[in-house]
Design a protein around this ligand. Structure first.
Ligand code: PSU
Ligand code: MN
Length: 303
């Protein structure tokens, strides 16, 4: 038996061929402060329900994988102190040790796939960190995309990462990177990273069919959909560049490495922009949730 509890509405949707969208929880435990993390998680779930799909926020609670959280469980997770950050390497150990933690993109993909969920929406993925030629810091999210058949909708990657190296690595790994509705890969807070996307698709149906075609061909791994932030919520790359430079320099000076690095950089940027980055972050996650729901609905319609 898998150590996995599926919420009733999610279980029902999975059994009846309904559309389900997975959501990660490291963004709740390590990405945003309380109560913004809880309010955002709720708003994101509501976006998915509004589209006619079922949200499944995934986390590990006291050594059990939860596929879909109740409002109380979500609030508890948003407030818990000392939650673990769980990626592929940590998942089995966390279950054995009875831990509580947020699942990263990589771990959420693994859990979603175990539950039979094919679409997952988040804000930004992990990637190749700046200075990776020295630190070797490459997120486990990248190889996961090459391994586990889940379509992940994000807004690109934050410029805390080395974006060209991140997308080169995805190309090497054979991960389809699809820009939604434009030629360029978006860069999280802004709509254009300056990097041309290898693939462009303009409808949820195309993305759903490409996911299913990979399965037909026996290709393992998923797809990365990069969905640009809505124009009205965009923050110019030049505005955030010095903030990011500062955060990266500070991390370096304080010797912040490994699992701690991404949460440290996110918290630094949040503080330095006094919430402006948070508002954009919330807007883009909601936007990704809507597209994720539309892809899941399109997939549920395919034979
Ligand atoms: N990037 C963001 N926001 C996030 C994360 C990344 O813009 O919340 C989180 C995600 O859960 C992602 C994880 O899977 O950080 C990557 O961590 P690492 O770089 O340690 O693999
Ligand atoms: Mn890392």
């Amino acid at each position: 038996m898998l150590p996995l509890t599926i919420a009733p509405d999610v279980a029902h949707a999975l059994k009846t061929g309904g559309a389900v969208v997975a959501l990660e929880s490291t963004i709740i435990t390590h990405g945003m402060p309380y109560p913004a993390n809880f309010e955002t998680a709720q708003a994101v779930e509501a976006e998915i329900r509004d589209q006619g799909a079922v949200p499944a926020t995934i986390a590990v609670v006291q050594g059990k994988i939860k596929i879909g959280l109740s409002e109380t469980q979500l609030r508890n997770l948003a407030q818990v102190t000392g939650a673990a950050k769980l990626s592929r390497a940590d998942l089995a150990a966390a279950l054995v040790l009875g831990q509580t933690g947020g699942t990263t993109v990589a771990a959420t993909m693994i859990c979603a796939h175990l539950a039979g969920i094919r679409v997952f929406a988040t804000g930004g993925i992990g990637g190749v960190h700046r200075g990776a030629e020295q630190s070797f810091d490459i997120s486990a999210d990248l190889p996961e995309l090459a391994e586990t058949p889940v379509t992940v909708v994000c807004a690109g990657a934050k410029a805390i990462l080395d974006l060209p190296k991140t997308f080169e690595t995805l190309e090497t790994l054979g991960v389809p990177v699809i820009a939604y509705g434009q030629e360029m890969i978006p860069a999280f807070w802004s709509r254009d990273s300056g990097i041309r996307a290898p693939l462009q698709m303009n409808s949820p149906q195309e993305i759903a069919r490409a996911h299913l075609m990979r399965g037909t061909l026996g290709l393992k791994g998923g797809q990365l959909v990069t969905n640009p932030i809505p124009q009205t919520d965009e923050i110019a790359a030049e505005t955030l560049a010095p903030v990011i430079e500062n955060a990266v320099r500070k991390a370096d000076a304080q010797n912040i490495t490994a699992k701690a690095l991404t949460p440290f950089l996110l918290a630094e940027i949040l503080e330095a922009t006094q919430g402006a980055s948070l508002a954009a972050n919330i807007a883009l996650i909601r936007n990704n949730a809507r597209l994720g729901a539309q892809i899941a609905l399109a997939m549920a319609m395919e034979p």
